[in-house]
Design a protein around this ligand. Structure first.
Ligand code: MSP
Length: 522
């Protein structure tokens, strides 16, 4: 896409019934890398995240802790969810809570419009509900329970029994949108990505859509239905609307039209809500559907989806305390094919930290800066005549920049990093072959030494620009030593055009210090 376009990216909003684990941080980091990249290529970028605070799940958790749901949500947002953004260095532009006044007012406005336009009717609802998923389940979604639930039908995701609901509710005419949704998937094949998730969604809609119960009467922790205050809005209907209430739906048309439609990043478990219910709601309201819905995979621990309830939850801070935020971000973006499941292990992150960040990139930076300091008193040398080897580095800089930009456009975050790493490897190979330390021993090789170190520094600066959306802290430190201007103002899609400072400043310490203890103490 041409630089300067609007790029609005949103993460799902997170349930505040529990504290964050690395699965949640994974979604945040991926969205943040995409946002930082787009921002740095000059797009009009907006990154939205937030919390999902209504519904039975939160109500029950709060009640079991003897506090009101509002008190519970306030505590979790302040003590856990906002701090998560600091822990993994998220550059969000806004944080929406579904208990915000602006959100509740927007939900009511949207709902009233759908009601006035005839998309909502009252009826009797009977069905199975999983409070863990906050979702009505079809018989095909249930499996035989085991252990304490043997003989019962349980939710396939939470392994817990579903609850039978019989209520008088309001319904959204979702079935009206079946054909329009199928047309959308057909005409805009990249609306749902990746292909695996798209196929599942198309399959699901082809089986036929039922109208959706969108209100509840048996509890009151939610947004009140504006024309019937006995009902609260179904938590997913409420939550999905955060993507438009946060950018001024119904109150600030200018901001709304500037930002909408969004790119939506979600875990594949909630792709159905975002690729079926959400576009149907938007179509009913006469609004454009999202630009794309990308369903990423799950983080697995020991081969299973990591979850707090199964005691496999790892807090992001356990990892950042040992390796730092940059390494957390790098590892998850590099080691897992974005869109597929990926296994986390301490051994793997420790190995990549050492081989790729400390030895691959960190040492390269230290060596180049140290040699310019030592052989040229820090003054950046001017290149003489270029050999094929020098030109090959220039060519690699341009090639990987274009490849990484194209990969980001396709949400192939790990491929972008793999491309950028070709430059890390090329520069390390170049230094080994050119042996600047040997050239430095001969006065008649002074010009060649200047050319080699100038070429290496140029490549290093290009790397710094390309890596800044992924590892913002280390690249900032390195930029302070070699670059001119502000790092985040360097156009990432023209990374090789960066300007160096007249002289480098020695790096006080390695960018990725040695880790003595790869696992936190038990
Ligand atoms: N509140 C809803 C979303 C509403 S959006 C309008 C919700 N919240 S959640 O807290 O349960 O999950 C938020 C996100 O975290 C989802 O995208 C989910 O897929 C992701 N993850 C939760 N566990 C995960 C892993 N183990 N691995 C990767 N992502 C995971 O659903």
């Amino acid at each position: 896409m041409p630089a300067g376009d609007s790029f609005f990216i949103a993460t799902p909003i997170f349930y505040v019934n529990d504290v964050p684990h690395i699965g949640h941080a994974y979604t945040e980091v991926a969205a943040d890398v995409l946002a930082r990249w787009h921002r740095q290529r000059g797009d009009d970028t907006w990154l939205l995240t937030g919390t999902d605070e209504h519904g039975q799940k939160i109500l029950r958790t709060a009640t079991s802790h003897d506090v009101t749901p509002q008190q519970w949500a306030d505590k979790l947002v302040t003590e856990s969810w906002k701090p998560l953004l600091e822990t993994v260095d998220i550059s969000n532009d806004d944080f929406i809570r579904t208990t915000d006044e602006r959100h509740e007012a927007g939900v009511q406005k949207f709902l009233q419009k759908l009601y006035d336009d005839g998309f909502i009717y009252q009826g009797e609802f009977e069905g199975s509900y999983c409070v863990g998923c906050e979702e009505y389940k079809q018989p095909g979604d249930l499996v035989e329970g085991t252990g304490p639930f043997e003989g019962e039908q349980v939710c396939a995701i939470h392994s817990k029994p579903v609850e039978l609901l019989k209520e008088n509710n309001y319904f959204f005419r979702m079935s009206d949108f079946e054909q329009r949704l199928l047309d959308l998937y057909e005409q805009q094949p990249d609306f749902v990505q990746p292909e695996t998730v798209r196929n599942e969604i198309v399959q699901f809609v082809r089986q036929g859509l039922r109208d959706l119960s969108i209100s509840r009467q048996s509890f009151d922790w939610g947004v009140k239905v504006p024309w019937d205050e006995e009902h609260v809005v179904y938590v997913w209907f409420d939550a999905l609307l955060n993507y438009v209430t946060a950018i001024g739906y119904g109150v600030d048309d200018e901001q709304f039209h500037r930002r909408w439609p969004a790119v939506q990043l979600v875990g594949k478990d909630i792709a159905r809500f975002h690729a079926v219910i959400w576009p149907a709601m938007l179509m009913a309201a006469g609004l454009p559907v999202p630009k794309a819905v990308f369903g990423h995979g799950w983080l697995l621990v020991g081969g299973e989806k990591m979850s707090k309830s199964k005691l496999t939850g790892i807090a992001p801070q356990q990892i950042t305390d040992v390796f730092g935020a940059d390494a957390f971000r790098y590892y998850f973006m590099r080691a897992i094919t974005f869109g597929q499941d990926g296994n986390f292990s301490w051994e793997d992150i420790a190995a990549r930290y050492q081989a790729e960040l400390a030895n691959g990139f960190g040492n390269l930076a230290s060596r180049v800066v140290a040699m310019i300091t030592r052989y040229f008193d820090g003054v950046v040398p001017v290149a003489g005549e270029l050999t094929d080897a020098d030109l090959a580095i220039r060519e690699t800089e341009l090639r990987v920049t274009a490849a990484a930009d194209a990969a980001i456009e396709r949400f192939a975050i790990n491929e972008a990093l793999a491309s950028i790493w070709e430059l890390v490897d090329a520069l390390n190979g170049y230094i080994t072959e050119q042996e600047p330390w040997a050239l430095a021993k001969h006065d008649d090789q002074r010009e060649r030494l200047a050319t080699v170190l100038s070429t290496a520094l140029r490549g290093l600066g290009t790397l710094t620009v390309l890596l800044s959306p992924f590892i913002p802290t280390a690249t900032h430190t390195l930029w302070e030593s070699i670059g001119q201007g502000t790092l985040t103002s360097q156009p990432v899609d023209r990374a090789a055009e960066w300007s160096s400072a007249p002289a480098v400043v020695p790096l006080a310490a390695g960018l990725f210090p040695r880790i003595e203890q790869p696992e936190p103490a038990a």
